[in-house]
Design a protein around this ligand. Structure first.
Ligand SMILES: [Zn+2]
Length: 298
């Protein structure tokens, strides 16, 4: 049984006769027809990624019996600052998707382009599906780094713990779906696999951070809380929060999916002040990162 549905395994003989491949597991719906492995290999430069269900099964085995550990924004394994004291600062912007979250702050993105400010965009699979052409434009702009905000914008937890009433992943399998399916979606659309992951609400448990690492991603939160997630927070509040906490290597968290919020207005004031102080702006992928413990000593 898988997810309460009736599942079965086709015999190797049947499969060989039908598709020329072996080991297909199916649940109710018939398996999709896939090209034989020999043909697929002819079209890719690298060996194909492991089959998704096999990868998921491996991780379920590896994490069987795991306890969630602490739940929070800055638990063990979560990164929050770049490993540098140079006067550089990374602006990161989330796009969450779904009801109330599928918008696009074009004015903000235009401002970043006009000022040539690089930024790291954490985007959900949901938002990509809601804004396919905008996503394509963002992904093809070298100013922006596209990272993973989850397939369906779930709080990350292996036992359903949540925050602010946002739906959470319920188990390890859910966590793998949330992280890996969106990583593959972004890789397929952009040609670059994300290396960072941020959960919905930025809350996670420690085991999710280990699962992310197992999938080749690091969970990244923030060093500077802008406060923009409070709907319609005034630009002056965002400006105070960012300027007060800015330091070399800081990671700032904001959003670009609410056209009527005040991030652009705040940045219009923040950016010239930081530039005056000698700061420049970078993408996360340009630096290695520090977790809470290391970040507090730097
Ligand atoms: Zn979000």
């Amino acid at each position: 049984m898988m997810n309460g549905r009736s599942c079965g395994r086709l015999s190797q003989t049947t499969l060989l006769a039908a598709f020329g491949v072996a080991g297909w597991i199916f649940c109710e719906a018939p398996p999709p027809v896939v090209a034989p492995v020999e043909v697929r290999r002819a079209f890719v430069e690298e060996p194909p990624e492991p089959n998704y269900l096999e990868l998921k099964a491996d991780i379920l085995r590896e994490f069987s019996g795991a306890k969630p550990g602490r739940f929070g924004q800055f638990v063990r394994g979560v990164y929050r600052k770049m490993d540098t004291t140079q006067k550089v600062l990374a602006f990161t912007f989330d796009a969450c998707g779904g009801p109330g979250g599928r918008g696009y702050n074009a004015g903000l993105i235009d401002y970043l382009r006009k000022e040539k400010i690089p930024a790291t965009l954490f985007i959900t699979g949901q938002w990509i599906d809601e804004n396919p052409s905008i996503f394509k434009q963002l992904a093809s702009d070298p100013l922006f780094e596209i990272e993973n905000h989850g397939l369906r914008h779930r709080v990350c937890s292996i036992d359903g713990e949540t925050k602010y009433g946002v739906v959470a992943t319920r188990d390890v399998g859910d966590v793998v779906d949330e992280m890996e399916l969106n990583a593959r979606k972004i890789a397929r659309l952009t040609g670059r696999r994300p290396v960072f992951f941020r959960t919905a609400t930025a809350y996670t448990d420690e085991t999710c951070a280990r699962i992310a690492k197992r999938l080749g991603m690091e969970i990244v939160n923030y060093d500077v809380f802008s406060g923009d997630a409070e709907p319609f927070a005034p630009a002056a509040t965002l400006q105070d929060n960012v300027l007060r906490a800015a330091r070399g290597g800081a990671i700032v968290l904001m959003h670009f999916n609410h056209p009527r919020w005040n991030e652009k207005e705040a940045l219009t004031a923040i950016v010239p002040i930081l530039r005056e102080k000698g700061y420049s702006f970078v993408k996360l992928e340009d630096f290695s990162l520090l977790d809470r413990k290391s970040a507090s000593t730097k």
